[in-house]
Ligand binder design. Structure first.
Ligand code: FPP
Length: 253
């Protein structure tokens, strides 16, 4: 079992301000394919290495006491990839959950998901449901897996739910505000991400958490996802801690 719980002084992040950590970190895990290509390996090996990076980052976020970690594991657009690659990604998800669940649970991690789960292969759905159910009452890091997820689809779904309430006379159009809207998204009840990290140098949101990222600080790092480790995470948090978050207001307001 990993020694997940370290005392703050033991964390190898001495120049991190532990009192000002982001509550919610979102990550676009990009660059698995390029990582593999650089090594003359099939793309799927890059995804396999990506799972190892994910394990390490989950562990580190848990140790640091981050409240929520949302990772973009499979987008609605990823179905367009070759069938074999999609198959491997789905098997990796199933394998990850099977292999990690005991440790995630022992370390109080709450597994959650966002996206259209019913379109995932049955095996993956079964493992995911098991993980959601088993870890539901834990009180540590919330690990939010974005699977078959798309930000626009999530917004459209929220509009449909709200429209239904209006049609049923349970909600008046003028009562719809940001809070009502956010409460109908898949992230209802969670704080918005404070920090978005994207690996591999790409400067795009790629349909990820379009509503929730409105005021997030964005840190793009050059490392390809399989190379992203605890040190890179700490550096990204440090960059975040140097930012002046104004939420549209003035500095210090
Ligand atoms: C982007 O790299 C990564 C993905 C599309 C999938 C992310 C998945 C993992 C990190 C591993 C799977 C983890 C679970 C839990 C399922 P890319 O393939 O777009 O890389 P490229 O831009 O270099 O081609």
């Amino acid at each position: 079992m990993w020694p997940w719980k370290r005392k703050p002084k033991e964390i190898d992040a001495s120049d991190l301000d532990l009192a000002r950590l982001p509550r919610h970190i979102a990550i676009i895990m990009d660059g698995n394919g390029r990582w593999a290509r650089k090594r003359g390996l099939p793309r799927t090996m890059g995804h396999r290495a990506g799972v190892e990076a994910l394990r390490a980052i989950v562990k580190e976020c848990s140790r640091l006491g981050i409240e929520v970690l949302t990772v973009y594991a499979f987008s609605t657009e990823n179905w367009r990839r070759p069938k074999e690659e999609v198959g491997v990604l789905m098997s990796l998800l199933t394998e990850y959950l099977r292999r990690e669940l005991d440790e995630l649970h022992a370390n109080q991690v709450v597994v959650r998901s966002l996206g259209g789960l019913s379109e995932l292969p049955l095996e993956a759905q079964i493992e995911l449901k098991k993980a959601l159910e088993r870890t539901r009452k834990n009180n540590g890091l919330i690990l939010n897996l974005a699977l078959n997820y798309g930000g626009r689809a999530e917004i459209v779904e929220a509009v449909q739910k709200i429209g239904t309430l209006v049609r049923q006379g349970k909600l008046k159009p003028e009562e719809i505000d940001s809070e009502t809207f956010a409460a109908h998204l898949a992230t209802a009840g969670l704080p918005d991400p404070d920090l978005l990290i994207r690996t591999s140098g790409e400067m795009r949101l790629s349909n990820f958490l379009l509503w929730q990222l409105a005021y997030s600080e964005i840190v793009v790092v050059p490392e390809l996802w399989p190379d992203f480790n605890e040190h890179c995470l700490n550096e990204a948090i440090k960059a975040y801690q140097k930012r002046d978050r104004r939420f549209g207001g003035l500095s210090g307001s």
